[in-house]
Design a protein around this ligand. Structure first.
Ligand code: HEC
Ligand code: HEC
Ligand code: HEC
Ligand code: HEC
Ligand code: HEC
Ligand code: HEC
Ligand code: HEC
Ligand code: HEC
Length: 411
């Protein structure tokens, strides 16, 4: 072998090593710091194209706990059992991802979520049992009696499909039955690629759905002392603290998640936000939940990480008084409407007379708002968006009822 060919071989060899190094250096950080062959194969390939196509997707993923722990694109995007497959640039990916793509690694959390009202009952609130299997209905009924075994909501017929799909479903699909047999989605709270606990702990994340006159939790929180303190001190809270070691040193002001889900100071984290609720506040007439005592004790234990028992008991006693007076007001209104039906003064299907709307708004907007606000520190909502409109509507209902009876021939 001549010196010339040895020299050329060395130069080519060196050039190859150098270019490999340069190419490697240009690749995303996660890819190079995660040396497993599978990881490089899957994430490297996906990220290579998608960083050019949708930079935000790859960037959010790179910042996530998943990237740090070596969970790659394909780990989520590969078809889970029962999912439709699709060939995609040399890979096989699922056409649509669901909670089924998370449960492989987070099964316990999925099971907790499945028992909650965020699962099947949220869907059934619109469509009843439609789309759910008998097994799914039976399973959910064990934990949330009456939540799933019920007819579709009257608005499905009254307002039609486009209103359901772009309206109700956008919030209630948190518990949508998926084609693969799983229920719901985890990404409403964690997003697709940040997979973040910080995001899930922000009030605005829950407030995507928990807002508006029929469930004003977001507005109530914003006006409460808790919401005000959160806005002021948000930057010094440790919103990223790991859930299993979260303390009031990290979160000294509560958000929705703190009270309804987190396990501060060693309490149990839960993906079932009904776990600490003692009343059915969303009902027209509120009743105690079957697990009233246990659930109330669990919530009070959360409050007592930051307050004395005396403060907490006072809030509960006052709020339970609001439930009792609201129940009485709604009952009075309900009796008026029922009597009109009974004596024939009011006829036709649900929501076909103005008085139906007046009664509905009274319990569904004002009554609920008063009750929710009493527990969550929203004085203005107890009064001006709660009791005051209830009083006004009671007067209107009584007048309307008298008129209807007059038109119908009087008593
Ligand atoms: C050679 C480039 C390339 C590679 C490699 C690649 N993708 Fe894509 N991907 C695309 C393009 C282009 C689109 C948009 C149109 C399409 O579906 O081809 C896309 C679309 C997608 C979509 C949306 C699909 C849909 O139907 O809306 C997902 C999800 C996706 N890619 C995930 C991945 C994952 C995960 C990997 C790695 C396992 C990957 N991609 C690898 C180029 C690529
Ligand atoms: C934690 C699981 C997870 C990981 C990891 C993950 N994805 Fe996704 N990705 C999702 C989910 C969930 C969706 C929503 C899919 C759907 O609605 O069917 C999605 C959607 C997408 C889409 C479609 C976006 C759109 O809005 O149309 C692309 C493209 C995509 N992912 C690419 C990637 C790439 C590339 C990687 C790796 C760099 C990656 N994903 C890693 C869960 C993940
Ligand atoms: C291949 C397994 C795997 C899959 C699939 C997976 N995860 Fe994860 N996930 C992990 C691991 C590992 C961690 C890190 C746990 C730790 O740090 O102790 C994690 C952490 C998380 C965290 C906590 C992040 C943090 O900042 O502490 C969230 C939230 C999360 N995953 C949500 C999801 C969601 C939503 C999906 C589906 C779209 C999903 N995961 C799919 C393995 C997975
Ligand atoms: C902005 C998001 C959003 C939209 C849009 C929405 N809902 Fe809701 N809905 C919620 C939330 C959040 C609750 C929980 C309220 C609570 O517990 O205080 C709820 C509660 C309910 C309940 C009472 C709980 C139950 O299981 O019986 C019913 C019924 C209901 N919604 C039906 C509907 C119907 C039907 C539509 C469309 C006509 C609709 N919702 C539109 C977010 C929404
Ligand atoms: C995508 C919409 C959506 C998001 C985001 C969401 N929820 Fe809900 N939530 C609902 C719906 C819909 C219901 C009503 C379920 C039912 O009873 O039919 C509900 C019900 C609830 C309930 C009442 C459960 C019961 O037993 O009555 C609580 C408490 C709750 N959510 C807390 C939260 C918290 C805390 C967050 C944020 C960490 C959150 N939700 C995020 C849609 C959402
Ligand atoms: C209603 C909003 C909501 C939904 C839906 C939701 N999560 Fe979470 N998740 C949270 C909150 C809030 C936390 C943080 C609790 C805390 O403050 O410690 C969390 C924490 C987590 C963690 C970290 C837990 C730990 O102990 O380290 C994982 C993993 C996770 N969620 C996965 C999932 C999966 C998988 C699903 C779907 C089956 C899901 N989440 C659905 C709100 C949600
Ligand atoms: C300081 C603790 C605390 C905070 C913060 C908080 N809540 Fe609540 N929440 C409660 C209590 C207490 C109740 C009533 C519990 C009961 O029924 O025993 C309640 C009731 C509810 C209900 C009513 C469920 C039903 O029966 O209809 C929903 C939904 C809800 N909260 C969601 C939220 C959302 C969303 C946020 C944030 C925007 C939030 N909460 C903030 C403590 C809190
Ligand atoms: C993580 C800590 C934390 C948790 C949990 C918490 N709070 Fe608070 N709360 C605060 C802070 C901080 C303030 C503002 C105190 C001030 O004005 O200095 C506050 C203020 C209040 C106030 C107004 C001040 C007062 O004493 O009258 C009430 C009422 C209240 N909280 C009730 C509750 C109830 C009820 C719960 C449980 C459902 C609860 N809090 C859970 C931290 C918390």
């Amino acid at each position: 072998m001549s010196f010339r060919s040895v020299f050329v071989a060395v130069v080519i060899g060196f050039a190859l090593i150098l270019s490999a190094f340069l190419i490697n250096r240009a690749r995303p950080r996660v890819e190079t710091s995660q040396p497993t062959a599978d990881f490089v194969r899957a994430s490297g390939k996906c990220a290579e194209c998608h960083a050019r196509l949708q930079y935000s997707v790859v960037h959010e993923y790179e910042m996530s706990a998943h990237a740090r722990k070596g969970v790659n694109c394909l780990d989520c995007h590969q078809p889970a059992p029962g999912q439709q497959k699709k060939d995609h640039h040399g890979f096989v990916i699922a056409t649509h991802l669901t909670a089924g793509n998370c449960r492989a690694c987070h099964e316990t959390i999925y099971q907790e979520f499945l028992r909650s009202r965020h699962a099947a009952p949220a869907w059934a609130a619109i469509y009843g049992e439609q789309g759910l299997t008998p097994e799914q209905v039976a399973f959910s009924e064990q934990y949330q009696p009456g939540g799933t075994r019920r007819p579709p909501h009257p608005f499905v017929k009254a307002e039609g499909a486009s209103a359901m799909i772009s309206g109700c479903e956008q919030c209630h699909s948190i518990g949508k039955p998926n084609d693969d047999g799983t229920i719901g989605t985890c990404t409403d709270c964690h997003s697709r690629h940040t997979s973040s606990v910080e995001l899930a702990r922000l009030p605005s994340t829950c407030g995507q759905c928990h807002m508006g006159p029929d469930h004003s939790q977001m507005e109530i929180y914003n006006e409460s002392k808790h919401g005000v303190m959160f806005a002021a001190q948000r930057n010094i809270l440790n919103l990223q603290a790991p859930p299993d070691t979260l303390t009031t040193r990290d979160m000294f002001v509560p958000t929705c998640a703190t009270c309804h889900m987190s396990g501060i100071d060693g309490l149990k984290v839960t993906h079932d936000p009904s776990d600490r609720l003692s009343w059915f506040l969303a009902s027209a007439i509120s009743t105690k939940r079957p697990n009233y005592y246990r659930a109330q004790a669990a919530m009070k234990q959360v409050c007592e990480q930051c307050h004395t028992a005396a403060t907490v008991d006072r809030v509960y006693e006052q709020a339970e008084q609001v439930i009792l007076t609201t129940n009485a007001r709604v009952q009075h209104a309900q009796d008026i409407v029922n009597k009109l039906h009974a004596d024939g003064s009011l006829q036709g299907p649900p929501f076909s007379n103005p008085i139906d709307f007046l009664y509905f708004d009274m319990w569904h907007y004002d009554g609920r708002t008063a009750k929710h606000a009493a527990f969550m520190g929203g004085a203005d909502f107890v009064q001006w968006h709660g009791n005051y409109p209830m009083l006004q509507k009671t007067v209107e209902l009584e007048h309307m009822a008298a008129q209807l009876r007059g038109q119908h021939g009087g008593e």
